[in-house]
Design a protein around this ligand. Sequence first.
Ligand SMILES: *Cc1c(COP(=O)(O)O)cnc(C)c1O
Length: 384
Amino acid sequence: MNNQQHKLATKLIHAGVAPDPTTGAIMTPIYQTSTYVQNAPGDHKGYEYARTQNPTRTVLQNALASIENGKYALCFGSGMAATDAVAKLLLPGDEVIVANDLYGGTYRIFTKVFANYGITFHFIDMNNPENVRGYINEHTKMIWAETPTNPLLNIVDIAAVAAIAKQHNIIMVVDNTFASPYLQNPLDQGADIVLHSATKYLGGHSDVVHGALIMKDAALEERLRFIQNSCGAVPGPHDAWLILRGIKTLHVRMQRHCENGEAIAKWLRAHPKVGKVFWCGFEDHPNHEVAKRQMRGFGGMISFTLKNDSIEAANEVLKRTELFSLAESLGGVESLIGHPATMTHASIPREDRIKNGLVDSLIRLSVGIEDVDDLIKDLEQAIG
Ligand SMILES: *Cc1c(COP(=O)(O)O)cnc(C)c1O
């Protein structure tokens, strides 16, 4: 079914999905198979071997292509496997410009894996899109941005950076994990590839690790599909099914994540023991106007500091929350709390970390979809 004309809430439920042709099952079956029987060599129903194609995965890929306003999607065993596939578009000697406020695993794969293959990565401040121009030369093949960023919730102007990329024939990749397709569609802003850790909001229930790439360009899809099949980091059909199930409620979950996020961001800001609150919905957020233009809401990710800026003070809060569970990851229905300095960003030297705004007391919240009054009460008793 081509649902490209429908609105997002309808597409999330129907796009790419059709009743199972053999039984009429409304929900796509989990095709738990490694191979497919052929009538004669090459005479088959479009499926040969399950690394190459699986019907459950195909339905999910079609759904994801539709909800990100792309033409094609490719699914992977994790968000990092999707990142790995994109990086394999590059050759020795190529250069990449990367926004410096970045998921730690992405920083790690670029600096510790792909740098060894003769690819150069320039990590730059992309809060001002014009900063990109100074790093472009004839070797620049890719620009990589994440927006909003983790954990400082900075915003990159996708349309402005994509316009610069286009002028120079450079591939622009946007990691859209934090916003999800509910809040932002980077392909509409001129990006070439959208990446998701579907582990987070797309899956939404903290029960699966999964990655996806979405694009419009057929030649780019063919190159990435070749890499997907050759390198083999494909998801199992059960995992694809869990994501397919998760995205059916993305809009209702995201709506509540946004409402709860707004209430908690405002409550934190008024708290006498809280220092700075990072949330792109505040009018005085440095790129609030860009966020308003390219996003349909501000999400449920919030970071804040304590006036008593110490690891000990942060630890006291982390120890006391009951509904907010101390854990890495984000985007699930349950609220999580984390401490970047000692958890996700512990590998960054303290001096560099603090220079980039990741101070000792910085606490990150992934606000879930519980009752917001209970969440605020939990924070109130934890912060004191
Ligand atoms: C989690 C995450 C990834 C990596 O995805 P995995 O599914 O954990 O491999 C990439 N980018 C962002 C922004 C993430 O939050």
